[in-house]
Design a protein around this ligand. Structure first.
Ligand code: NAD
Length: 306
């Protein structure tokens, strides 16, 4: 399906900027809405319109819109733990305003939720039918619960106002344009490996992660935009690796010589995380095509530095 004019909230961030580029490549008009709190104007691709606005406040955009992709929300623990109240406002009110915009314009809206709605999961791998194990008052709850609220609100808009909504639950994604200091595992490891200092691993490093390359993720997100499935649909790479193994591969790919330094485990940090993507395969015909070794090489290989 071709979209005439898409609004991408959070379009100056990591995922949002790749989404804007992909939409532009498909010939869609793109308006990026962002206030740069964790993103950068440099990420907004040429050809995209830009509205500098905080989505926690109502969004008034002139002209037709047939797709809203709602990605605006601090996503890295470093960012969301620094501004807990603002994070809840972005995740909660921001989603309200994206849904209201879509309702007014008669647009499809795809809301970016997260694997964090599963909390520290008691089921493995996680299917969309699992309701999660979230600590509602822990420090990370500002992100997890705002996203859970966002999902509930999205379903309410569909039921009460008939808005064409879709929810995607995004699992850890990596790629170019993550900020080196954003505190997430991959950019932190890459920054440390390139600087030749030890890679900091929380706990013993036996906890697992499943890491999806951004190109795969964006393809999944746009396939969700193209259909009318309400979701939630998990989008992520089911290849499960230990954090220690990720550290080893980053050192290898960047050509560094660093070792590893173990530091305190993070509070409420999930032990295991792996998406069950059967639903995405079935309803979107989607699955990742880029494995971790290839994705790291493409994004952070030593040939890309200097
Ligand atoms: P990011 O921090 O790079 O991008 C977020 C963007 O939203 C930034 O440009 C920021 O300035 C903007 N933003 C935040 N709050 C805003 C507000 N109130 N008003 C206007 N703009 C605002 O993060 P990302 O990794 O690109 O994540 C994008 C979305 O995907 C988020 O909703 C996040 O929860 C979700 N997600 C990402 C991942 C991942 O691994 N990257 C995983 C799960 C979910």
């Amino acid at each position: 399906m071709g979209f005439q004019r898409a609004v991408v909230t959070g379009g100056a961030g990591f995922l949002g900027s790749h989404v804007c580029e992909a939409l532009l490549r498909r010939g869609a008009g793109v308006v990026c809405v962002d206030d740069f709190r964790t993103g950068s104007p440099d990420n907004v691709p040429e050809g995209a319109g830009l509205v500098v606005a905080d989505v926690s406040k109502p969004l008034n955009l002139l002209g037709p819109v047939d797709l809203v992709l709602h990605l605006a929300c601090p996503a890295s623990p470093v960012d969301y733990l620094r501004t807990p109240v603002e994070t809840m406002k972005s995740g909660g009110f921001g989603t309200l305003h994206a849904l209201e915009l879509a309702a007014r314009k008669g647009a499809r809206v795809v809301v970016a939720s997260t694997s964090e709605v599963y909390g520290d999961p008691l089921e493995h791998p996680q299917r969309e039918t699992y309701w999660g194990n979230v600590n509602p008052i822990g420090p990370r709850s500002v992100y997890d619960e705002a996203k859970r609220f966002g999902e509930a609100l999205t379903c309410a808009f569909r039921r009460e106002h008939g808005v064409d909504t879709g929810i995607v639950r995004i699992f850890n994604t990596y790629g170019p344009r993550m900020r080196p200091d954003d505190g997430r595992m991959i950019p932190t490891f890459v920054r440390q490996a390139r600087a030749g200092v030890p890679l900091t691993v929380h706990g013993d490093g036996s906890q697992t992660r499943s890491l999806c390359h951004v190109d795969d993720l964006v393809r999944g997100l746009l396939t969700m935009a193209d259909c009318d499935h309400p979701g939630p649909v998990n989008l992520g790479n089911p290849e499960e690796v230990t954090v220690l193994e990720v550290a080893r591969r980053v050192i290898e790919v960047t050509g560094g010589r660093s070792g590893v330094r173990h530091v305190e485990p993070m509070e409420d940090d999930p032990r295991r995380r792996r998406p069950d993507i059967s639903l995405a395969r079935e309803v979107l015909g989607w699955q990742p095509e880029i494995d971790l070794a290839e994705g790291l090489r493409r994004s952070f290989g030593r040939h890309l530095v200097g």
